[in-house]
Design a protein around this ligand. Sequence first.
Ligand code: F6R
Length: 255
Amino acid sequence: MVQSFSPHVFADYDQLSAAAARVVMEKMVMGIETKGKFVLGCATGSTPEGLYKHLISLLAKQDLDLSRLYTVNLDEYFPIKRSDPQSYYHFMLTHLWQPLAAVNSSFDYQSQTFVPNGEATDADTECRAYEEKIKAMGGVDIQIVGIGVNGHIGFNEPGSPADSRTRTVTLESSTVEANSRFFGSIDQVPKQALTMGIGTILEAKEILVLASGKAKAPILKALWVLEEPTVAIPASWLLSHPQVSFFIDREAQTE
Ligand code: F6R
């Protein structure tokens, strides 16, 4: 069953991002101070950019030991070079890791961050090792999730099983098209990806889902009326998580 809950609706993208960053920072401070460690599950794409920007500003004002902060990403194109400006590795480097290391020298992104390796020679071995890495870290404390216009989470496209684990997937044409805005042309978008599975994502202790802008309104509308999760909408499985929050802006809200 899905639980009944209401999304937190913010006036605009910046307010949504600022609020999400405050939540992440509070959990991070608590995790580091009480457990001595915090594992942040990261998403890429346009939606979390504002969160990362606000999080860096907040952390710049804190004297927090970030040597026990770990980040683990949902997904990566496959194959892709880490140095490719469109790789999710590169996205994290520029939007979070380097700016964070610049304001807090205890954060060593070389050893504290994990993204599925788009350069792996054996994708299956990489996916299994990624699952092991997450387990060895004690699981994800809070996972940030964005939603595709077709309801995908990570690169779990419609039809992905609820118990799926980290694996190689083929992208839907709507996803390739949506992501072509970042590449020179649609032909340059990799057609495969390595992604945490839905089962992997649902094991996070807490999930923070972000959605902004008109383009996300139809898929959110479809979510709110569901009574049961469905494989047709991967994001619907998030509704069954005991600790999930949706932060959306007014544009993404349906009338
Ligand atoms: C990215 C990811 C994707 C995006 C989704 C929304 O790591 O997992 O599922 O969250 O495609 O993308 P944006 O935020 O660009 O609309």
